[in-house]
Design a protein around this ligand. Structure first.
Ligand SMILES: NC(=O)c1ccc[n+]([C@@H]2O[C@H](COP(=O)([O-])OP(=O)(O)OC[C@H]3O[C@@H](n4cnc5c(N)ncnc54)[C@H](OP(=O)(O)O)[C@@H]3O)[C@@H](O)[C@H]2O)c1
Length: 256
């Protein structure tokens, strides 16, 4: 049986890059989006370009386990049991200012980035137990440790998701299911490419490597955790941020 992976929020950006990496490694690739057409279009691109099985699923970031289970059941009914689950989708919680953010908007971010991911892990783990092993990879963020303005619930959710990752690694180790997290810094998505000031100044002043990540940089780290390459690693974090997290002060170029 061919290996297979399920990647959430994989119609565009980093998720699509991760899907391409697993397709290159000859996995069957299942992708989700909140929009069926986007998921199906992404799956079609993957299967045409890499000649692998690929299918797109509509999946809300909802806490209804019965609805989410339908995706896992369909994968199993197609003759697959998941080797890897990549939790890429996230509610980015942009512009959540401390005094104006509503509790509902705050909790939406927590619910998607922690509650929803927990349910997906539980469903995936049940399938992986039938198979005898598996790997779950959280796409986290270096904002779990170092914050950016007006992203309060996002930072809180990413820190909390690291705790979830470690607790799941502990619970699932006995089933030979590994759970790890990749922590990107800035990634070259449209959002950053359009954020001209940040993309030019932030990497050079605050990032030892001097550049931000391509999708491929994140995808390679995810593949490491997702595959046998890391078969003795669980509960671990791999930061892919050009060293952004370890630098305390921005480097201000000498004007002379
Ligand atoms: N970009 C960065 O600089 C950066 C830095 C650090 C960490 N990360 C992390 O890397 C991952 C991918 O980031 P990205 O920038 O490539 O992301 P992105 O495309 O903006 O978001 C990933 C996908 O998440 C889905 N999504 C958004 N809101 C959602 C919600 N409320 N419920 C369910 N799904 C939702 C969207 O898919 P659909 O619209 O198709 O449903 C979206 O395409 C995320 O976990 C992010 O936190 C990104």
């Amino acid at each position: 049986m061919k290996k297979c992976v399920l990647i959430t929020g994989a119609a565009v950006n980093t998720g699509f890059g991760i899907a391409e990496k697993f397709a290159k490694e000859n996995y069957a690739v299942f992708v989700t989006s909140r929009y069926l057409k986007d998921a199906e279009d992404a799956a079609q691109k993957i299967s045409q370009k890499y000649n692998v099985v690929s299918k797109g699923y509509e999946m809300e970031g909802s806490l209804c386990e019965d609805n989410l289970k339908k995706v896992f059941d369909d994968i199993e009914n197609s003759g697959y049991l998941l080797d890897c689950l990549v939790l890429n989708a996230a509610n980015l919680g942009i512009n959540q200012e401390i005094f104006s953010v509503s509790v509902e908007d705050f909790m939406d971010v927590i619910n998607v980035n922690i509650g929803w991911n927990f349910l997906l892990c539980r469903l995936a783990a049940k399938q992986m137990i039938k198979k005898g092993d598996g790997s779950i990879v959280f796409i986290n963020s270096n904002t779990a440790y170092r914050c950016i303005p007006n992203r309060i619930s996002y930072s809180a959710s990413k820190s909390g998701a690291l705790g979830l990752m470690r607790a799941l690694a502990l619970e699932l180790g006995k089933y030979n299911i590994r759970v790890n997290a990749v922590l990107p810094g800035m990634i070259k998505t449209d959002r950053w490419q359009n954020n001209v000031g940040n993309i030019q100044k932030a990497p050079s002043a605050c990032t030892p490597i001097g550049d931000i990540a391509d999708f491929e940089d994140i995808a390679n780290a995810v593949y490491y955790f997702g595959s046998e390459l890391s078969k003795n690693t669980t509960g671990a974090e791999l930061t892919v941020d050009g060293g952004n997290t370890i630098q305390l002060y921005p480097i201000i170029p000498d004007e002379n």
